[in-house]
Ligand binder design. Structure first.
Ligand code: NAP
Ligand code: G4F
Length: 329
């Protein structure tokens, strides 16, 4: 019989890659979506007919119970969240309701309806925040620096707690930043690659950014999705850091992205304090040793290839947006 997987956040970057992977692995795939006034299914357009979408919201525990009763999933991947760190400073309560209490609501629904469901929680390197050691590994203490990070620490520990209290097969993936051409346009990598394409096509003159010295351990979202799936294939639930094991600054990212189309980032990037954060995460560098050894997880896309993949995709997309007549400079 086909295994059934339920993915919350299926319309997001990671949800779309994970749903594709699960289909390729032969799963019956269900995606949880919230009702919006306008459907936002662009990222899952290619697989829309191959998956089943069900409406529910992390804020509404009854809708979660109903979805789990309907699907009876073998595996549930909780990727839904308010995922943008700056928004968490502006909407700290809503962020906690989605990213902290939402996880409890899902775990409790699983416990009541189908306790043998394997559960994946999308935890994050933002929990390390003001880092206590370098590189960060599964045993590194947390020190979150944003309401987003604080809420995710709650989500992490409630997952551990349901595993320890009720014996649920519940695992945390502590994922470091992962990007792709499907990344939201506000996140720094995509903001840069979109701007590179617009500048190269003569549609923009500058790119305004905040802290160019922040360092991240950036990988490819498709590689991250494989790690999520591998975690739920293990006999025992556990928590894993998923990272590339290398760190680069925002400035490094700009340099490679602009150079890929023959431009010098220094001619276009303007530092704008508007994009500084009340508290910053200066340096993230993960140690993926446990995932490599226990899961056999090895990323396939390098940092440099990720940057050029994103620039190339935005160059094509922006070119297609150009009007047929009138043109741009
Ligand atoms: P994303 O592109 O922002 O997608 C977030 C998804 O959550 C969207 O499908 C969104 O639905 C859904 N969602 C938000 N609030 C919801 C609610 N109340 N009820 C139901 N669905 C809701 O994020 P992502 O980059 O794919 O990240 C996926 C998960 O991994 C998130 O939990 C994020 O915090 C975590 N994470 C991401 C990274 C990373 O670098 N990407 C690293 C570590 C952890 P709409 O389409 O309706 O908005
Ligand atoms: O791309 P970012 O907004 O991602 P951030 O804050 O690291 O969070 C992402 O990764 C987390 C994993 O560690 C996820 F949990 C989370 O959901 C999300 O996917 O910012 C990266 C860095 C920051 O240090 C920020 O200050 O880039 C710096 N930055 C500099 N200028 C900027 C900008 N970030 C944004 N978004 N926009 C700027 O103009």
């Amino acid at each position: 019989m086909m295994k059934r997987a339920l993915v919350t956040g299926v319309t997001g970057q990671d949800g779309s890659y994970l749903a594709e992977l699960l289909l390729n692995e032969g799963y019956e795939v269900y995606g949880m979506v919230r009702r919006l006034s306008w459907e936002n299914y662009e990222r899952i357009a290619a697989i829309r007919d191959a998956i089943t979408l069900l409406e529910a919201d992390l804020l509404d525990e009854y809708s979660l119970l109903t979805v789990i009763e309907k699907v009876e999933p073998d595996e549930l991947y909780n990727l839904a969240a308010q995922s943008y760190v700056p928004t968490s400073f502006d909407q700290p309560v809503l962020t906690a309701q989605f990213n902290a209490l939402g996880v409890t609501k899902l775990l409790e629904a699983i416990r009541r309806v189908k306790p043998d469901t394997r559960f994946y929680q999308a935890s994050t390197s933002e929990m390390f925040g003001k880092v206590r050691e370098v590189p960060q590994r599964e045993t590194t203490p947390f020190h979150p620096r944003s309401p987003y990070g604080v809420a995710k620490v709650y989500g992490y520990y409630i997952t551990v707690n349901y595993r320890e209290s009720y014996g649920l097969h519940a695992s945390n993936g502590i994922l470091f930043n992962h990007e792709s051409p499907r990344r939201g346009l506000k996140f720094v990598t995509r903001k840069i690659t979109d701007a590179v394409a617009r500048i190269k096509h003569g549609l923009a003159r500058e790119l305004r950014l905040g802290n160019l010295d922040a360092r991240r351990d950036w990988g490819f979202a498709g590689d991250s999705a494989r790690a999520m799936w591998l975690m739920l294939q293990q006999d025992q639930p556990d928590d894993y850091v998923i990272a590339m094991g290398e760190t680069h600054s925002v400035r490094d990212f700009c340099e490679i992205a602009f150079a890929h189309v023959g431009l010098n980032y220094e001619d276009y990037v303007v530092v704008d304090p508007h994009f500084y954060r009340p508290a910053e995460v200066d340096l993230l560098l993960g140690d993926p040793g446990k995932a490599r050894t226990r899961l056999g997880w090895v990323p396939e896309v390098s940092f440099a290839d990720l940057v050029t993949m994103m620039v190339d995709a935005d160059m094509r997309r922006v070119a297609d947006e150009r009007p047929l007549v009138g043109g741009y400079v």
